[in-house]
Write a protein that binds this ligand. Sequence first.
Ligand SMILES: *Cc1c(COP(=O)(O)O)cnc(C)c1O
Length: 390
Amino acid sequence: MKKKGLNTICTHEGELIDEQHKGAISPLYMSTSYAFDDVDIKRYPRYFNTPNQEGLCKKIAALEHAEDALIFGSGMAAVSTALMAFLRAGDHVVLQQTLYGGTYNLVTEEFSKYGITYSFTEGWETKDFEAKINKNTKVIYIETPSNPLLTITDLKRVAQLAKKHGIISMIDNTFASPVNQNPIDFGIDIVIHSATKYMGGHSDICAGAVASSKENMERIFHLAKNFGGSLSDYTVWLLERSIKTMGLRVKAQNANAMDMANFLSNHKDINAVNYPGLPMHKGHEIAKEQMRGFGGMLSFELKSYLDPALFQKSLKLIKSSMSLAGVESTVLSPTQTSHALMSPEVRAEQGIADGLIRFSLGIEEIEDIKEDLEQALEIVKSKASVTSNT
Ligand SMILES: *Cc1c(COP(=O)(O)O)cnc(C)c1O
């Protein structure tokens, strides 16, 4: 049978049929206990095999062009279980510089307790990964586009490098979402998502997912049932509903982000715009090869005389938020939040300026988002001129 298209997979793949009442949507099975007698599958939520879990796993596997998938109670449950399934005492892992903060904390705070060593790359090029590989390296871990500068890592070349050394390659594909990027098509072994972001998409679900080959997922499952990080069936059911519109949402967010990136890069109060869809972005050529859309995330720097905190406070429609990827537009200042614990020197080294603002584009009308930005900039500029005159 011909492979189905994105929105058909989003809407239908893995749906459960309501035989009893012929309802239109997947019924929700909240049972934690299932009859045992003549069935060979022992269903239990922590075994990741309730009807709703299995249905949603099929959808996510199809979306990531994977043989199999598992859904977790959070993105970090997915990240930690996937990593630990392939690492043991004495092993080494190579990680990309600028990872999601929670992943960075997991590695730097926990791994030494288990005798696992690690190296962060100095850049995003394939040679930066190669430079850190040693004979104990078992995993290469990447994130592209990454937070907050939207740097791009070459999927195909990293996958080739990993294969050459017999190493498992893993990606956190949260920022791109399966709508824009399918790393398995480029040879990456394991794809991880914080489903709290684009899969959930409405800022009301915390979940995670991992997709890979049957063989790799079997190994991850064995650890997962012992770690116990499964997702409640009610949330599984909500997540299934959310993913039905993921294709529509993310494409609208791609379009809004592209429009906003162009608008900001021509704006006199803005210093720099980081968006892989802009030809001037360092990773643009690679992004064009490996992404179908450039995503709904960008970041920009206000001119240095403009106060980023006041700018955020002056926004009316756009909210300040730690999280991202919802249908509503949100902003965050990395220096005040996600990267606050980093020293100013390390931040500067990584190109994270004090005036940097991370912008998660929602699905609102782009003209309304622009108008909100403009009115906030007017307020900040009036304060800047008052200060400079006194
Ligand atoms: C949010 C996020 C995570 C962690 O997901 P949780 O659902 O919060 O545990 C991991 N990676 C990226 C890129 C994220 O944005």
